[in-house]
Design a protein around this ligand. Structure first.
Ligand SMILES: Nc1nc2c(ncn2[C@@H]2O[C@H](COP(=O)(O)OP(=O)(O)OP(=O)(O)O)[C@@H](O)[C@H]2O)c(=O)[nH]1
Length: 298
């Protein structure tokens, strides 16, 4: 460009506007004319409000102008321009306030940026859903929807730390259906599955919100009960056992054997040891005739 040559704003690949104090357009370049599909004569002397949407006008009144008055400029503001046949076009504007409240606007269409933005948001939502689904698959049992053995161990770490902090005790119950093989053999595997699902529902309904229910595998379930002593844990185990005994699931009656272990105050016990003790107590219940609760001694 020659020295002292005056740049032509029509050569710019962005829109330029000059707006007066009354918010009328004093000048606009070709980019703005093309965007509005109007000649500069139809734009000049007209209020800016005619060329942006109602929502953008509210935004300009309530946010953009107060900002301009406060700091003499407004940057990277998105508003919606009204284009050909009333189509709405998202644009980003940068505005500078000059003397006598004349403002200088430069703007560009950000449709592609908007599209990219919404595509990124969609991709992000999809990834979040996928990761939630992966987490669900990794932590729950597909048949009953209960937590699986691995997740019970993760939750047990939290319960153990809480108990140590609050100087409280917690209980672990192992619940195993008696002679479940017979159920499968007599009524078929799908009926057996239904029994497992119903038992999972009973355990979920009966628990307190802080209690954790898990399926350990096969016909074995576990309940982790924070903040409970041996007497109350035993009462709860027996209440559950009797409730299950009374239920009929599609003409099928079942009983369960329960192994119970309760931690001691001020003594932190490794969760693997509790699992072993609950398992041994369950074995004792089976040995002593099933349909009973046996408490392990820690
Ligand atoms: N329907 C169904 N059956 C299962 C599932 N997982 C394990 N089983 C069955 O559970 C039964 C467990 O049998 P056993 O370990 O012999 O125990 P039991 O018959 O309950 O006898 P005790 O526990 O000694 O009272 C087997 O027949 C397994 O096939 C499952 O997801 N669905």
């Amino acid at each position: 460009m020659k020295k002292n040559a005056v740049p032509n704003l029509n050569d710019f690949f962005s829109g330029h506007l000059i707006v007066n104090k009354a918010r009328k357009i004093l000048y606009c370049n070709n980019y703005i004319c093309d965007l509005s599909d109007q000649s500069d004569k139809s734009l000049i002397d007209n209020p800016l409000s005619k060329f942006v949407t109602k929502a953008s006008n509210i935004f300009i009144d309530s946010y953009v102008y107060p900002l301009l008055m406060h700091q003499s400029c407004a940057q990277e503001i998105q508003i919606t321009w009204i284009g050909k046949n009333g189509e709405t076009i998202p644009v980003v504007v940068n505005i500078k306030l000059g003397s006598e409240d004349i403002s200088y606007w430069s703007l560009y269409v950000c449709e592609n940026r908007d599209k990219l933005h919404s595509e990124l948001l969609k991709a992000n939502e999809k990834l979040e859903k996928q990761s939630q689904e992966l987490f669900r698959l990794a932590t729950t049992d597909p048949l009953t929807g209960l937590l699986n053995r691995r997740e019970l161990q993760v939750q047990a770490q939290k319960v153990t730390h809480q108990a140590a902090r609050n100087l409280s005790t917690f209980a672990l119950l192992f619940i195993d259906i008696d002679f479940f093989k017979r159920v499968n053999d007599t009524y078929g595997h799908p009926a057996g599955d239904k029994v497992l699902i119903c038992l999972a529902n009973i355990l979920t309904q009966e628990r307190r919100v802080t209690d954790i229910v898990a399926r350990m595998g096969g016909e074995e379930f576990a309940l982790l009960l924070p903040n409970i002593d041996e007497e109350n844990a035993y009462k709860l185990a027996e209440r559950l056992r009797k409730k299950i005994e009374k239920q009929t699931i599609d003409h099928i009656k079942i009983t369960v054997s329960i192994g119970l272990v309760v931690t001691r105050k001020n003594t932190q016990t490794n969760f693997d040891i509790l699992l072993e003790l609950a398992d041994q107590a369950l074995y004792e219940s089976k040995e002593w005739g099933r349909n009973r609760t046996h408490v392990a001694q820690l």
